[in-house]
Design a protein around this ligand. Structure first.
Ligand SMILES: C[C@@H](N)C(=O)N[C@H](C)C(=O)O
Ligand code: ZN
Length: 207
């Protein structure tokens, strides 16, 4: 598990999240069926090249999930949909991602399992936008999990369209209480994440 001072709910305590607990994980598509999933860690199409999730499902704590739904509504009104790459991530998967990342600068793009990831708390989301008219993902400065400086939120070497789309995504999420991670244009943390424990509940035990 993570460091002793990190509040941690291991897999065997999965039932300790009551239905009324604000930290209870909510499945995004159940509260907004228009949200599209491209859960990359449920496929080999991710930086590890291995399947890390047995199911392609996106969960967040209730307040974070509701905030994503509000962002989705604003996006849709302007002709865009949300495509989710990752949301709640069990702690054991953060451990695997960390171990799969070589020592060096790429470690800056993955949370250290000793502290846990905000994804483990159901309070971080990785996502992009698709164009509702064409169904295509919009142009962004990089693909998901590009661990280079081109992924930085302030990287200005991308096309004007990609920079505009990155700003649009940031505007939708920041209006609803998320803060963008400086290194990764696709990653947003929900304000107040400190109040939620690091979880290691597998998807099939979330309920
Ligand atoms: C691995 C990448 N998708 C990611 O989520 N990075 C942040 C820093 C994390 O692991 O929490
Ligand atoms: Zn992330």
């Amino acid at each position: 598990g993570p460091d002793k001072d990190v509040a941690f709910i291991p897999a065997k305590k999965a039932t300790s999240l009551a239905a009324t607990d604000p930290g209870r994980l909510v499945e995004l598509v159940k509260i907004d069926p228009t949200i599209r999933l491209d859960m990359r860690y449920a496929t080999t199409n991710n930086f590890t090249g291995t399947v890390l999730y047995s199911e392609a499902r996106a969960f967040l704590t209730a307040p974070a999930a509701q905030a994503v739904v509000r962002a989705s509504r604003t996006a849709r009104a302007e002709g865009f949909g949300l495509t989710i790459f990752d949301a709640y991530r069990p702690w054991r998967v953060t451990k695997k991602l960390w171990d799969a990342t070589p020592v060096g600068p790429k470690k800056n793009y993955v949370a250290n399992p000793k502290r846990g990831s905000k994804h483990n708390r159901g309070c971080a989301v990785d996502l992009s936008l698709h164009d509702l008219a064409t169904g295509e993902l919009v142009d962004m400065p990089t693909g998901f999990d590009d661990f280079s400086e081109k992924a930085h939120r302030d990287y200005m070497g991308a096309s004007a369209g990609a920079i505009e789309n990155r700003a649009r995504l940031q505007r939708y999420l920041e209006a609803e209480g998320f803060v963008g991670l400086s290194n990764e244009w696709w990653h947003f943390d929900f304000t107040g994440w400190e109040k939620f424990p690091v979880l290691d509940i597998p998807f099939d035990k979330v309920g």
